[in-house]
Design a protein around this ligand. Structure first.
Ligand code: HMG
Ligand code: MG
Length: 305
């Protein structure tokens, strides 16, 4: 099994996780969560999104969150932006990176951002050009890469074409989103092969939701195909408001435990990460969805330090 020696973990909990909570989490708690994640050693944190608050009220106050952070040079603070209005707000908030988000499925594109795939690419080309002109790198997402809640199966080649188009408009990294968490390892590998025929694998990230409990297996399968960038959400927060039935992102603690066990370097500290997960779970009044976090808590209860 050939695996990367180092993996970049991209923490999406403060955005992808909290956007799907029924009730908004206050900016102060979002700030504390992000500070704790940075303390744990995460170098890439999605801090929120500048989207319409009518569509995603949970991400309102992303400007306050960014204003309240003690910025560290070691951390890239990223936000999602759907259009130039979002980009302007992101630039005003002095983000280090923005992310645009396209879909491989026409219906999902319309439901999520109210436009067709082609219209979204035109819009994102404008956004990416303007961001890059200001020296801000752009990440690109492709959603529904292994299935769509409305259209079912999605062809790997359609995803590969979308990924290539996002690179053409200037995205430095392409995150492949299994938005509804339906993928399995064989299909994940076939997808990475199709995408890496068009986009260098060094630019590819994977973003698995864990609806069917396949996310860790899919990540390992992707690592075997040369992927070295993995999105996850602390405590397994997350989902997508436009993807019915989608569960949270794969838990960062679970990903890190696996990577640590494989001897793959990440720079992230598991016990600090788990503490960040407990913090946000307490705010939400629930147990972390991370199996590793629950196992660590049980161990601590039986052998207190
Ligand atoms: P629209 O209604 O077509 O936009 O929405 P519009 O241009 O007609 O504007 C309508 C209103 O929204 C106006 O306000 C605008 O000012 C406002 P009004 O005049 O009615 O008061 N507006 C904005 N406000 C704040 N920030 C903005 C902005 N833009 C317009 N940037 C739009 C189009 C794209 C704005 C809307 O559909 C939207 O915000 N969608 C966001 C959807 C979203 O955030 N989805 C979740 C993230 S994607 C995801 O989770 C998947 C991912 O994790 C990967 C995976 O798992 O696969 C990334
Ligand atoms: Mg997602």
């Amino acid at each position: 099994m050939r695996l990367p020696t180092r993996v970049k973990m991209v923490e999406v909990g403060p955005r992808d996780g909290l956007q799907n909570e029924p009730r908004p989490v206050a900016a102060a708690a979002r700030i504390e969560l992000i500070e704790r994640l940075a303390d744990a050693g995460l170098g890439a944190i999605e801090a929120g999104s500048f989207v319409s608050p009518k569509w995603i009220p949970q991400m309102a106050d992303t400007d306050k969150v960014l204003a309240g952070l003690k910025r560290r040079d070691s951390v890239v603070y990223s936000v999602l932006v759907p259009n130039l209005k979002g980009l302007d707000a992101a630039l005003a908030a002095d983000v280090s990176e923005v992310a645009v988000f396209a879909a491989a499925s026409e219906t999902f594109s319309r439901r999520n951002i109210n436009c067709s795939i082609d219209e979204s690419l035109d819009r994102f080309a404008e956004v990416a050009g303007a961001a890059r002109a200001r020296g801000v790198p752009v990440r690109g997402y492709v959603s529904c890469v292994l299935g769509c809640p409305y259209e079912g199966n999605v062809a790997a080649d359609a995803v590969a074409r979308m990924a290539a188009r996002l690179v053409e408009i200037g995205c430095h990294e392409i995150s492949l989103g299994d938005t509804i968490g339906v993928g399995t390892p064989g299909r994940a590998q076939a997808l990475i092969e199709a995408v890496s025929a068009r986009v260098p694998v060094a630019k590819v990230a994977v973003h698995f939701h864990d609806t069917y409990g396949q996310a860790l297996a899919n990540i390992l399968a992707a690592l075997e195909k040369g992927v070295a960038c993995v999105d996850s959400a602390v405590a397994g927060l997350g989902g997508c408001p436009y993807a019915p039935g989608a569960s949270g992102n794969v838990a960062s603690e679970d990903v890190l435990y696996m990577l640590d066990g494989l001897g793959i370097r990440t720079g992230v500290n598991l016990s600090k990460l788990a503490a960040a997960g407990r913090f946000v779970s307490d705010v939400l009044g629930r147990e972390p969805a991370s199996r590793v976090a629950r196992a660590l808590a049980a161990k601590e209860r039986s052998h207190p330090a």
